[in-house]
Design a protein around this ligand. Structure first.
Ligand code: SAM
Length: 257
């Protein structure tokens, strides 16, 4: 329960802290502090660490360890529900079962740098490129909000208890979006819909998912979209091209209403 695999290998803990390039003024958010292995090292370099942990047993452990340390704030709760305070950096060995939701929650906040541990396959999907098997909705959404790269692969043996999967540490640098979207909510829905049919030509993927997208007069509208894009599959389109199609749909939809 709660994805409890604690990072115990000192060298990986140190490499994660080094990657965060902590300054004495940095406020760091940690999601899923566990028994505090990472928390303690972060607090030695940062101004303050806000450590969120859901498990009441571990919360007691964290209080036992850290109540005398003034720059660690322990927050009990589900990181998906807790309102995040302002923070400069987020450094965490995440609970993998909430990787997607927690990443998108984070990306809607203002921060400078994220150093985050994920299951390796998830990390590979975050940083993929068009025409690759890992290129996905997650890739496009991650790229929309940030520059992301894999810093290191982490072996199972670095954790206790040893998990079944490999892990990877991802560096996330939020930045202004590299392309314009007219309607962000529609763009997100559009990307989700067309990647649910990733091997279909975009024309058919849009038709097949219009029960979700709810675009009026869909066939007439598709006929007005550029043929060179409509003949491709979602997995072969760059994020910019996907945004171009989503923007054209938004424009055509508003003209016809
Ligand atoms: N940071 C510690 C480490 O590296 O050793 C623990 C990492 S462990 C992979 C994930 C931690 O997240 C566990 O301590 C677990 O109890 C906690 N956790 C799981 N789901 C959570 C949630 N929704 N909100 C906050 N913490 C959660």
């Amino acid at each position: 329960m709660f994805d409890q695999h604690f990072l115990v290998d000192e060298s990986y803990l140190n490499r994660i802290v080094a990657a965060a390039e902590l300054r004495s003024g940095d406020v760091v958010l940690e999601i899923g502090a566990g028994v505090g292995n990472l928390t303690k090292k972060l607090a030695q370099k940062a101004k303050r660490v806000i450590a969120i942990e859901r498990d009441p047993i571990l919360i007691n452990v964290l209080h036992d360890h850290f109540d005398d340390i003034k720059n660690i704030d322990i927050v009990e709760g589900d990181a998906l529900k807790v309102d995040f305070p302002e923070f400069d950096k987020v450094v965490s060995n995440l609970p993998y079962s909430i990787s997607s939701e927690i990443t998108f929650k984070l990306l809607h906040h203002n921060f400078k740098l994220g150093i985050l541990m994920y299951q390796y396959e998830f990390a590979a999907r975050m940083v993929s490129t068009p025409n690759c098997k890992d290129y996905s909705r997650l890739t496009v959404n991650t790229y929309y909000f940030s520059d992301a790269s894999i810093l290191m692969k982490v072996p199972k043996e670095a954790f206790q208890p040893v998990p079944e999967v490999y892990s990877a540490v991802v560096k996330i640098v939020p930045r202004p979006t590299p392309f314009r979207v007219r309607d962000e909510a529609f763009f997100m829905e559009f990307v989700a819909a067309v990647f649910s049919q990733r091997r279909k030509k975009i024309r058919n993927a849009i038709l097949n998912t219009n029960y979700i997208l709810k675009i009026p007069s869909i066939r007439e509208l598709i006929a007005q979209l550029p043929k060179n894009l409509m003949d491709k599959r979602a997995e072969n389109l760059t994020p910019e091209q996907l945004a171009e199609i989503a923007n054209l749909i938004v424009d055509l939809r508003s003209k016809s209403s």
